[in-house]
Design a protein around this ligand. Sequence first.
Ligand SMILES: Nc1ncnc2c1ncn2[C@@H]1O[C@H](COP(=O)(O)OP(=O)(O)O)[C@@H](O)[C@H]1O
Ligand SMILES: O=P(O)(O)OC[C@H](O)CO
Length: 492
Amino acid sequence: MTHILAIDQGTTSTRAILFDARMRPAGIAQREFTQHFPQAGWVEHDAEEIWQTTLTVCREVLASAGLSAGDIAGIGITNQRETTVIWDRESGQPLHRAIVWQDRRTASLCADLKAAGHEAGITAQTGLLLDPYFSGTKVKWLLDQVEGARARAAKGQLLFGTIDSFLIWRLTGGQIHATDATNAARTLLFDIHKGTWSREICDLLDIPMAMLPEVRDCAAPFGETTLFGGAIPILGVAGDQQAATLGQACFAPGMMKATYGTGCFALLNTGDQPVTSQNRLLTTIAYQLDGRPTYALEGSIFIAGAVVQWLRDAMGLIDSAARSGELAEQADPAQDVLIVPAFTGLGAPYWEPDCRGAIFGLTRATGPAEFSRAALESVAFQTRDLWQAMRADWSAEADTVLRVDGGMSASDWTMQSLSDLLGAPVDRPVMQETTALGAAWLAGMQAGVYPGAAEFAATWALDRRFDPGSDDATRDRRYARWKRAVAAAIGV
Ligand SMILES: Nc1ncnc2c1ncn2[C@@H]1O[C@H](COP(=O)(O)OP(=O)(O)O)[C@@H](O)[C@H]1O
Ligand SMILES: O=P(O)(O)OC[C@H](O)CO
């Protein structure tokens, strides 16, 4: 048993990555799946299709590496967080398509709950805010809107889970209904201080607690699967941003990573103390090992790499994401175009679900290069929002280096502009599969084939450090203009 199989079930694709005994990637298989947009602001996934892609990529990666179940010491699962599935306990069939984290359909429900004065109590228990992003109001929507759902839930026939839970249920043939503490911490139903589901919030949202999965550590037994030709134990589970935090070896309080995929998610390890944000960041669980949670402050930005996809697919200004950096480099330095990419509202630290995107500073000379620069810089400006909020919340301890990963961190131009705008070094590791590595490490450690945190952290290797090039005055002037642009976009 030499290898670990990591399943990375993301927002746009499902991947299976094999890691060898020395924690090196030894094979990868990937499948995209359908994004459903039934109405403006709604985003759904077919949980059955997610399951089929999961089976396919696992079988494919094992076959192409010439490995069988007997070679695999354990499976680690990492997943898009908050995305909500309800399924039938007997048949395993989903009640409805999964409601994806990006989905805004519960914005008015969140507004009503806020108006009724419920946000402070929910934040105190969960560390989250009343935003449609989180699972709780999505569960309520499904129970309220799908015919017969409430009656079935009351009879104990329906189960809820984030994607990890649904995959565990299917992988174990309906034996295990469980999740890990990091995924539970994103549901709006979990008390991150007590480490239990909140009866009070479940009552408020009218969610029967019998639907909820059992919450376990990130490295723990989650049953076994026999679907790949022999029994393989599932030994590690973490939400994808938390898995990337582990994969980046951010074990010490003060360490911080930002992952640039479709969105951007920055997590700052705050150790065994949950820090309450005064700046509208989230308090969440970074990981939980041996029953002890390690907390993080999180900033979630909904649009990062997606702004590059917009340049490519909607605007037709580039033919590949990688072209965006070259084009940005050609931008006229005398122009100062700003894009606020609030395509699906603004996440941290603004939490404005109804805000939409805006462009400022257009002149007759503005062209594709200026658009490209503004799009890439919008990611850096949004990161500075988080960086500043984290420092304000936890000034003394936060590190002055940002570790980056995710597809967009491949863009040297963006990473340099990020460092310029933060006024801080930005470190990109050699190992880019940090999310899958984090999940694999959890499973490998639980299986006893991978080392503990300190030895694992020593394997982190730098690909490139980006040092700040601009001076404080320029940086602060440009950032002040960004803040005015965001305020204007919110005000429209
Ligand atoms: N060289 C690049 N320059 C700018 N953006 C890039 C580059 N390469 C990839 N991206 C962006 O990164 C995102 C893909 O990253 P990935 O980590 O695979 O995302 P996800 O897991 O959210 O699907 C896409 O939105 C793409 O536009
Ligand atoms: O699947 P990703 O990489 O877009 O990450 C999604 C996040 O977990 C949402 O909170």
